[in-house]
Design a protein around this ligand. Structure first.
Ligand code: NAP
Length: 500
């Protein structure tokens, strides 16, 4: 599978700058001439930093070209003189036009494309389109349809199977509600080309992943499993999940143990639709994150007792044909703390009253710790503490609180809140263990201040990895290669820092 950067800019200079930037990660560069008022073809095509696909898309095919059809074709003919690696012609241009371009192309490979903005036609119609493209001798077929149901996805999969059977190279994926998800699945199903945006906000089509996301999922060495068409599917279900570290973590483990499994982001915001897709595509396991941890429960066959008690599922495992919900957040937290100390009888002060705090209180109580909750909104904090029969400390009394372990289970310290911390510096005594569930940045203000005060500090990545290890074990019945997973996650975080 090759990754093509879709470059949509409104001036030749901007296209050239984007081509140079994308050349660092893309196999091919698609220049969308329809976004340019007066493209300087010589400047764009004479010496590109990567092989180029030239596209001049009509409005009716989802592009921006507003002139006549003969104007559009004239621009493409001119571009052909520069011998670009590939040129995209719509099937709707007609056999005569495609025939003329085929005669003139002189080394350029023709992509013959078809878009359906309303839906995904029946498989027989799709197969007929593929045959028509093969008949006009398209070097590569591109079929893009609107996908809104699990059945639509399965039709795209069958179409890709058919293309492989008749040896017609095909790029096929979707747009619409399941467009983003289909772009993740298509390469696994044999789509030969994936289009990626050069950055967030620069998408050439809705649902397009960025080059960074695409590369991280499919091309980084730790993920570069031979994805065999029959690989068992796993994923992280949530919305958004483009930045989730879980694909890197789990794929590194699958690769290390040479398991024929692949883990993808399942970026679907409707829980019912997500559950449909998971069953239709026979997913073997899922990590579940926002906003689905509660909503997913209705679609499962069984829920294990701790997840039931927590009212939240973060793990789904397919076992004996059933989808079973469980929760590894609390297990991950407890293992992380137990790597530092025993919890029985220890006093723990925990900031937060959301889902992560709930999982933590559940686990800490089970481990025999003496827990006190504090929270910005006191009512929510009190509710959590009374539900688990633990203490509550109003925020204004924090300075005089006493605890052996402090835990941050709020987003304070994360990206837009890096200067915030849930605990006043006066609380940080050298004998404390201080844990932050936040893992980006790896050293939050809380951890920085705690380290300076001589406390033992624990970052959120350890909890993330430990809960992932429990998931991995539930799915594969194998011990998770935690060191491999940690190294992959740390590398991915470093890379993220490098590009931000
Ligand atoms: P959540 O359900 O949205 O809970 C957020 C909690 O943080 C609430 O108690 C909320 O207080 C508090 N909060 C939010 N913004 C605040 C602010 N500006 N000032 C003070 N308090 C604030 O989120 P969650 O799912 O529990 O997750 C909490 C954090 O843990 C997130 O950063 C998440 O990434 C992290 N986490 C990490 C792991 C891991 O494996 N490392 C696992 C799960 C979660 P109110 O009640 O007043 O709104």
């Amino acid at each position: 599978m090759k990754i093509c950067a879709s470059i949509v800019e409104d001036s030749t200079e901007k296209v050239l700058a984007s081509m140079n930037r994308a050349a660092g990660w893309a196999d091919l560069l698609e220049i969308r001439l329809d976004h340019l008022e007066k493209p300087d073809l010589a400047a764009l095509l004479n010496d590109p930093p990567r092989p180029v696909i030239v596209t001049n898309r009509l409005e009716s095919e989802g592009g921006k070209f507003r002139g006549t059809e003969s104007d559009r074709l004239a621009i493409l003919e001119k571009a052909l003189q520069f011998k670009p690696a590939m040129m995209d012609l719509e099937l709707s241009a007609g056999e005569r036009v495609i025939g003329e371009f085929t005669r003139k192309k002189d080394g350029t490979r023709l992509i013959i494309s078809f878009h359906d903005f309303k839906g995904t036609p029946d498989l027989s119609v799709l197969e007929d389109l593929l045959k028509r493209i093969k008949d006009v001798r398209g070097d590569l077929a591109k079929i893009v349809t609107r996908v809104g149901t699990a059945e639509d996805l399965l039709r795209l999969k069958s179409l890709l199977d058919k293309a492989a059977a008749i040896e017609q190279p095909l790029a096929a994926f979707g747009m619409g509600r399941l467009g983003r998800f289909s772009r993740v699945l298509a390469p696994i199903w044999g789509s030969v080309l994936s289009y990626a945006a050069i950055g967030a906000g620069k998408e050439a089509a809705p649902g397009q992943m960025t080059g960074f996301e695409m590369r991280r999922l499919f091309k980084k060495s730790e993920n570069l499993v031979e994805i065999r068409g029959q690989a068992k599917l796993f994923g992280v279900l949530g919305s958004p999940v483009g930045h989730s570290l879980s694909p890197v973590i789990h794929n590194s483990a699958f690769k290390h143990l040479d398991l024929d499994c692949f883990y993808v982001p399942v970026d679907i915001d409707e829980a019912d639709l997500a559950a449909d897709c998971v069953r239709a595509l026979d997913f073997q396991g899922l990590s579940v994150t926002r906003p689905h941890k509660v909503a997913i429960m209705a679609g499962l066959d069984e829920i294990e007792a701790p997840a039931e008690a927590l009212g939240a599922v973060n793990t789904v495992t397919r076992r004996d044909g059933k989808y079973i919900g469980s929760n590894t957040d609390w297990l991950g937290l407890i293992r992380t703390l137990e790597e530092q100390t025993t919890l029985q009888g220890k006093s723990v002060l925990l900031a937060g009253a959301g889902g992560a705090a709930r999982a933590a209180v559940y686990g800490l109580v089970k481990a025999g710790a003496d827990v006190t909750v504090t929270n910005r909104t006191p009512e929510k904090g009190r509710k959590l503490s009374s539900e688990f029969n633990v203490g509550f400390c109003p925020q204004e009394e924090l300075k005089s609180a006493d605890a052996e372990i402090l835990i941050n289970a709020t987003p304070l310290g994360m990206a837009s809140m890096t200067d915030l911390t849930p605990f006043p510096a006066e609380l940080l005594k050298s004998n404390l263990i201080v844990m932050d569930m936040v893992y980006t940045p790896s050293e939050t203000r809380l951890l920085r201040e705690a380290r300076r005060a001589g406390c033992r500090v624990v970052g959120g990545l350890s909890m993330l990895l430990n809960q992932a290890a429990f998931q991995f074990q539930a799915w594969t019945a194998l011990p998770a290669p935690l060191d491999v997973m940690r190294a992959a996650a740390e590398r991915a975080l470093e890379e993220e820092n490098d590009i931000s």
